[in-house]
Design a protein around this ligand. Structure first.
Ligand code: LLP
Length: 427
């Protein structure tokens, strides 16, 4: 994984631009996104899966028009799960046929927009939705390509809130209870729907390949049951996203080529055993592409040593720009970004400026003992699910996303202002 890098002067730099120059130009807190690193990850995923597969970047991790342009240029597709993400993907110039729409409760308006835009696939998540999408396609006079999201019953070893394919949760249609097979029957009976494949997403921040492998086997199993029952071989399977990244040095993530190789082999082997043509494979990585490409830059405001405990270092952001620590007990690391210090490390906790004690950015951090107000701190690996889950808690304007490439930095999402916040408040 990429962490922040330092120049010869010891200060953190991205693509030649120093942390101080970034703070000077854009203020803090700010998300700093390394464009070439992002593009390199896109290419690594493309190469890992090859020309017979598709890589759908999961827009929920972070989406903006600039990112959509990069994805287009690097040959990735995009998965969206709301009208807002769909609008952003289209506004960024992603061709509609390269967009997939997800969600367990898509609204009628979202379905209509997706069908009218001509999205490449809608991933169906319930019986109600089969009817809704079928009717929307009929009204539009189109045949909508769809996949069915299957709950394969895999326990992914990750936080309960981000595991999605065990049975007791809201997503998908079950393999075990037969609802996925019933969904196939209902979709095949609707002439306005074209069933192109099956979809499974087992969870997020996963390091162990075993879950993906079981999922692939079970999805191929259903493919073969569909062939036996209906005489049709569905041409696609999507195995979702979820590959974990390194947030701390202890994390040991798999690389895209490892997952590409493992999934390709399993799908081929299982299909051969079942006498099926090998379907076109797709995956939906979000975190593994954008997560490591960005860090958050904060300025230290106060330093409070608590005798016998640790030192609380308060920064100018917090749970409004990174809810993951509070929500999932997520672990992050932190570095002093604006200068070099020879002081020994001290046990610290990096906290935000919000009005609750759970407002923690980095729970256990080692920072030089002379850390002081005005220092800049960088928290690596905040590219995924930080800006996209940011809030205006305490009426805090959300930070900008600054893209850096070849020595030049620019905002791709500008900083929110108090005027932006007040603009919604119509008195
Ligand atoms: N495909 C589907 C259908 C998904 O639901 C997700 C994530 C992905 C792909 C992308 O997963 P990734 O490769 O990024 O792990 N907010 C949580 C993560 C929620 C993920 C939801 N679905 C977090 O901050 O950890």
């Amino acid at each position: 994984a990429r962490s922040v890098t330092r120049g010869d002067d010891g200060v953190v730099r991205v693509a030649g631009v120093s942390a101080e120059a970034l703070a000077e130009s854009f203020g803090t807190p700010a998300y700093v996104l390394d464009e070439s690193d992002f593009r390199a990850r896109c290419r690594a995923w493309r190469e890992a899966f090859g020309p017979d597969a598709d890589v759908f970047y999961a827009g929920k991790a972070f989406l903006s028009r600039a990112v959509v342009r990069w994805l287009c240029e690097e040959g990735l597709n995009v998965d969206v799960c709301s009208g807002g993400e769909l609008a952003t993907a289209l506004a960024g110039g992603m061709p509609a046929e390269r967009i997939a729409l997800h969600g367990n409760n898509k609204s009628a308006a979202e379905i209509r927009r997706a069908v009218e835009a001509g999205v490449g696939r809608i991933v169906l998540d319930s019986f109600e939705e089969i009817e809704r999408v079928a009717r929307a396609a009929e009204r539009h006079g189109a045949r909508q390509r769809v996949q069915i999201r299957v709950t394969v019953g895999v326990e992914a070893h990750t936080h309960e809130f981000i595991a999605t394919a065990h049975e007791d949760q809201k997503f998908g249609l079950g393999l075990a209870d037969g609802t996925a097979a019933e969904a196939v029957r209902r979709v095949l009976a609707r002439p306005s729907l074209e069933l192109v494949g099956l979809h499974s997403h087992i969870g997020s921040q996963i390091f162990d390949m075993a879950g993906f492998e079981v999922s692939a086997r079970r999805v191929v199993g259903l493919l073969s049951a569909v062939r036996d029952e209906h005489g049709v071989e569905l041409p696609e399977i999507d195995l979702g996203g979820g590959l974990g990244i390194a947030y701390t040095p202890q994390d040991d993530p798999r690389e895209p080529h490892e997952i590409g190789k493992a999934l390709g082999e399993i799908v081929t082997k299982e299909c051969e055993a079942a006498g099926l043509a090998v379907p076109r494979l797709s995956v939906e990585p979000g975190r593994a592409i954008v997560g490591p490409s960005a860090f958050t830059l904060y300025e230290v405001g106060t330093v409070k040593p608590l005798e016998g405990l640790r030192t609380y270092v308060s920064v100018d952001g917090g749970m409004s720009d990174n809810i993951r620590t509070a929500l999932y007990d997520a672990e992050y690391s932190v570095v002093l970004a604006s200068r070099v210090s020879q002081e020994p490390p001290m046990l610290a906790r990096v906290v935000g400026k919000h009005c609750e004690s759970g407002d923690i950015v980095v729970r256990d951090a080692y920072l030089p003992a002379d850390v002081r107000p005005g220092d800049l701190l960088a928290v690596p690996a905040t590219g995924a699910y930080c800006r996209s889950m940011a809030s205006n808690y305490n009426h805090t304007p959300r930070p900008p996303v600054v893209a850096v490439t070849d020595g030049a930095a620019r905002e791709i999402v500008r900083r929110e202002t108090e005027e932006d916040l007040l603009a919604l408040d119509i008195g």
